[in-house]
Every structure is written in C-alpha cells, then in structure tokens.
Design a protein around this ligand. Structure first.
Ligand SMILES: *Cc1c(COP(=O)(O)O)cnc(C)c1O
Length: 391
C-alpha cells in the first residue's frame, strides 16, 4: 500500500501530461513560457484571488511574501510551532524573529486566543503574559504567518480581526491546503498574501519543486513579480530591489495544468476517503480523528490522528507496518524545541498542546485513489490495537 499513490493518478492523466510536455519541447520556452501565465490564471480564478505568481517552491513563496513586506531584523512574526520547518525558517532567514503561538488541540492550527496574548507579551516585553523569545525588548510586531495544517484552513475570521486591530500583515501558509475552504472562500484567498506548494506530495503536486503566491493587492503583486526575478524593474537588467531567482519551470507548469484538470474531482475523492476513516475510527476506537469545524472544508493533505499516548502510537504503527501499511509522523518535534531555534531560548513546556500532539499524532495513507477495502484493513488493525474504552 502507498502512503500517497502518485502512480494511480498518473495513469489517468499520463497522455495529457505527455501532450503538455511535448508542446513545451516544441515551443522551447523553458523559462517563463506561456504555461506559467495559464496556470497562474487558472489557479487565481479557482481560488478567487486577483493575482497569482508562480515560483520555485512553497518555501520561496513564503520567503517572497515576507520580502514583499520588507520583513527584516527586529520584526516579530507570529506563527505556529507545529508545522514544517520552512514556515519559520524563512522568517529567520530574513533576520526576523519567529514568535511561536501554541495550537488549538482540535484543529492543530494556531490558537487565536493565544495569538492575542503573544502579541501583548511582545509589545510589553513580558514573558509572564505568554512565552516569547529571549531579548524581545527590541522586537516590533510585524505580521502573522498562519498555517493551514494537514489541509485545514486556520481560523482566518479571528486571525484577520486580530491583525486589523494590531495593524499586522497576514500571510497564509496554504502549502498543504490548496482546494480547502471556509464558508466557500478558498485557501489562497486569505491574508494579504497566500502561499502554496506544488511539492509532489501536496494536494496539488507537480513532478518536482514549485510554489505560488496569491494576492488581491496590485502593489503586492507587482512587488512579488519583481522579487521572483532578481528584483527586476522594467526588465531583469534594471533592478530596483534585492530579489531572488525563483521562477516556476515551464515544464512544471505544463504538468500542473494536466493535474489541475482532475484536481476538483480528487478533492471530492479525498473527502470520501476521510469520511470512511472517520466512520470507522471516530466511533469505534479511542483514536482522536481530525475535527473539521462547521463551514470549513479540508483539502486532506494528510489524515492525521492522535493515539491516546506515545506507546499506543508506537504499537499501532508497528502493527500497520507489519501489514505493509505505511504511516508517518507530522511532526515529531515542534519548532520551538528544534536545535536550529535554540537561540530563541524557548523551553519544553512553553507550548504544551504542540508538545502533546507531537508525542501522539501520526498520519495514515491518504490519497484520492485509496480503496475502501484498503481503508477497512487499516481500520481493523487500529480497532484491534486501540479499541474504544480500554486503551
Ligand atoms: C511543504 C510545506 C512548505 C514548503 O513547501 P516546499 O514546496 O516544499 O518548499 C511550507 N509550509 C508547509 C506547512 C508545508 O507543508
């Protein structure tokens, strides 16, 4: 069994992919070919964002979004400690300081109530209000990078209200959530800039690295377009700012166009897979299945569940592995405990929800082509290992 079955998808769309690649080999515009604009238009239209800017990875999309706001040393950027390293890495890369805010135990996304406390703690340089990095006295609150973990959007209703009150910018890390929704508004349309990733394992994945920024703001769009090509002005030989080389490859755009044709249907299939898991695990085991709040739709990048404790998790994973069923742990170590961020001075105990989840969470195979039979097999092993009351 595959954790993510890219081959099943390729079988469906192989001829379309080959036709698109073939067309690119014919026209030869490997850099910024016409497929880039086409993909940007299609995805912007889908997410109902005014502009889209393709780039080389989800990480670069986040980096460029922060650069578009001139994020620099002295800036405090509020984000989740329970995410992939890239979210906080790019903040530090620009010399700014990630200020971590614990997650909601149900959604695994940043907890808006704690976000308010963290902002006050930085403003007053008072770690008794909320844990903050060392030497916080020099920091200015600048923005929030909210993460849509496992495909579920963060609570943008509350996050954007707080941001407006505090005059902070908001960046949506939708690397895992393209296709997700809140009340009909799609991921990619939240915050001032939204960023997604086309890493092969993401809901809309290519055959290599790629990413995209979305924004409704004309000025930010112009800045992002410039940043992606060495801070270009009227062209790349007239430079107006420090930028990066972060174009999306034309070949990758051609592949993504073919994949996007089946993407809406794949989202429905992912939802069905999630429903089947939920019916088994939510009612018949001591497992905590994912919670999707009312009016939210997940893109189901991962189906992540919590075992009652670390030992139970190990036992379940071992049993599944013996049956050739792969699982993964996202994420075994919250970012505030990572060696790379030791200099921020955080400690174990600062973010108990993230720490607790890291010890119990694991992800089951999730892709649109998982069969009910395969899911049944997975569910029975878990039900056996972790029945309703007694574990
Ligand atoms: C995958 C991911 C990224 C980075 O995307 P890449 O395309 O791999 O650079 C950033 N944030 C989150 C939450 C991710 O899952």
């Amino acid at each position: 069994m595959q954790f993510i079955d890219l081959a099943a998808q390729q079988k469906r769309i192989r001829s379309k992919i080959e036709a698109n690649i073939s067309a690119i080999l014919d026209h030869g515009q490997y850099i910024m070919g016409p497929e880039i604009k086409l993909l940007e238009e299609r995805l912007a239209n889908y997410a109902a964002a005014k502009h889209a800017i393709g780039c080389a990875s989800g990480t670069d999309a986040l980096l460029m979004a922060l650069m578009a706001f001139d994020v620099a040393p002295g800036d405090a950027i509020f984000t989740s400690p329970f995410t992939f390293i890239a979210t906080a890495e790019v903040i530090r890369l620009l010399g700014a300081t990630p200020v971590f805010v614990d997650i909601d135990p149900q959604t695994y996304n940043i907890d808006p109530a704690k976000l308010e406390l963290a902002i006050q703690a930085v403003k007053q340089d008072d770690p008794t209000i909320h844990p903050i990095p060392q030497n916080c006295s020099q920091l200015r609150p600048k923005g929030i990078v909210a993460v849509d973990l496992f495909g579920l959007p963060a609570n943008y209703g509350k996050i954007e209200t707080i941001a407006e009150k505090e005059r902070l910018m908001v960046i949506e890390d939708a690397a895992q959530a393209f296709g997700a929704e809140i009340e009909g508004t799609k991921a990619g349309a939240f915050g001032h800039i939204a960023c997604t990733s086309f890493f092969p394992a993401k809901p809309l994945g290519g055959y290599g690295d790629g990413g995209m920024c979305f924004t409704n703001n004309d000025q930010l769009f112009e800045t992002l377009e410039s940043l992606r090509i060495h801070g270009k002005g009227q062209d790349q030989y007239h430079n107006v700012r420090i930028g990066v080389n972060s174009r999306l490859d034309t070949l990758q755009a051609g592949i993504l166009l073919a994949k996007f044709d089946v993407f809406p249907e794949e989202l429905i299939l992912r939802q069905q897979v999630a429903n089947v898991y939920h019916d088994y695990l939510g009612t018949q085991t001591a497992i905590v299945p994912p919670v999707v709040p009312p009016n939210f739709k997940s893109a189901w990048a991962q189906y992540s569940i919590c075992a009652p404790d670390t030992d139970q998790r190990t036992k379940i994973q071992t049993q599944l592995k013996a049956a050739q069923i792969p699982t993964a742990i996202y994420y075994p170590k919250p970012l505030h405990l990572q060696t790379v961020f030791a200099g921020l001075g955080y400690h174990y105990g600062d973010f108990p929800v993230s720490e607790d989840c890291a010890g119990r969470i694991f992800s089951l195979p999730m892709h649109p082509y998982l069969t009910e039979k395969e899911q049944e097999k997975i569910a029975f092993i878990i039900m056996n290992e972790c029945p309703k009351r007694d574990c």
